[in-house]
Design a protein around this ligand. Structure first.
Ligand code: GUN
Length: 296
């Protein structure tokens, strides 16, 4: 038997068209165009790709995109000055500082300098606290996208056993809070967890967010479980095929060993085309939310 594929690509396209409609409505009724500022410090190639995609999709959905690219040696003080300007700019409704930041910067300090109402990443300590206490928060985009896929698949998540593998502030911890908010019984597993395979096998919902290629095998999964694979890992193609320029071809894989997992799970997100596209779509949705809240 083969699992149902949870099509994040299609879901994200639908979400983006809803965002576009909402943006048009805001323009017509209030004369407001939501604006998203994205700040990239340095030249990390993966971050460059993410930032370019975010800016493109922001414009495609009818919003204003403000890109700020700063050299890697920018001082923390200068970055804080920019954040302050964006905090008070009425055309900017959402601010995202792409992570990771260069090593000389204190990421917590930088994130907490963002006005919480404009923190479309949901990383500011105020938003973390609001989410943890079940109050209206800006919710981190990747876990929000996972939750949307799960709600769409299940309807209600109430009473289901969820295991989140990974304890990052960006995905693992907020994912656990969201699942708890939807009345799941939630366990967070990580690199020190004892008996992790058996724990994963107890899950009705298994969320993999560890950043280790294909770590979770089919025999870690309960028959019929729903598997959400947050991992985006680039590995050498199995046959080590070479491109024309002599470099080794690569392929994207998740944190789940898809070929074995798809035989056991009831539903699974593919990589690519699962969780990945949901993250930017949720960022756009969060920007519209921030704009609406700022304008009553
Ligand atoms: N780097 C990797 N993922 C993210 C994200 O969701 N937000 C930001 N700001 N940086 C990231």
């Amino acid at each position: 038997m083969s699992a149902t594929l949870l099509d994040g690509k299609a879901f994200a396209a639908t979400l983006r068209s809803k965002v576009s409609e909402h943006v048009s409505g805001l323009k017509e009724t209030h004369g407001i165009t939501p604006g998203l500022a994205v700040v990239l410090v340095g030249e990390d190639p993966a971050s460059e790709v993410y930032v370019r995609n975010k800016a493109r999709q922001t414009v495609e959905t009818g919003m204003q995109s403000f890109e700020h690219r700063l050299p890697a040696e920018t001082s923390e003080a200068d970055l804080l000055v920019l954040i302050d300007q964006l905090n008070t700019d009425p055309a900017v409704h959402g601010i995202l500082v792409q992570l990771p930041l260069p090593g000389h910067m204190n990421a917590d300090l930088v994130i907490n300098a963002i006005e919480p109402a404009k923190d479309v990443d949901g990383f500011h300590i105020s938003n973390v606290g609001l989410l943890g206490t079940g109050q209206k928060a800006m919710v981190p985009c990747t876990p929000l996208g996972c939750l949307m896929l799960l709600r769409d698949h299940f309807g209600s998540l109430s009473g289901l056993n969820a295991v989140v593998v990974g304890r990052s502030n960006i995905v693992g911890k907020p994912m656990a809070q969201l699942l708890l908010g939807d009345s799941c019984t939630v366990t967070i597993a990580h690199s020190r967890t004892k008996g992790i395979e058996a724990l994963c096998r107890s899950a009705d919902i298994l969320v993999a967010a560890v950043g280790r290629p294909e770590m979770i095998k089919g025999d870690w999964i309960k028959s019929g479980a729903t598997v959400i694979d947050v991992g985006i890992n680039r590995i050498d193609a199995p046959e080590k095929a070479l491109r024309e320029d002599g470099t080794v071809k690569t392929r994207l894989v998740g944190d789940v060993d898809f070929d074995s997992a798809v035989q056991i799970a009831g539903a699974i997100t593919p990589v690519p085309g699962g969780v990945g596209p949901m993250t930017i779509a949720c960022l756009l949705a969060n920007t519209v939310t921030a704009c609406c809240r700022a304008n009553g």
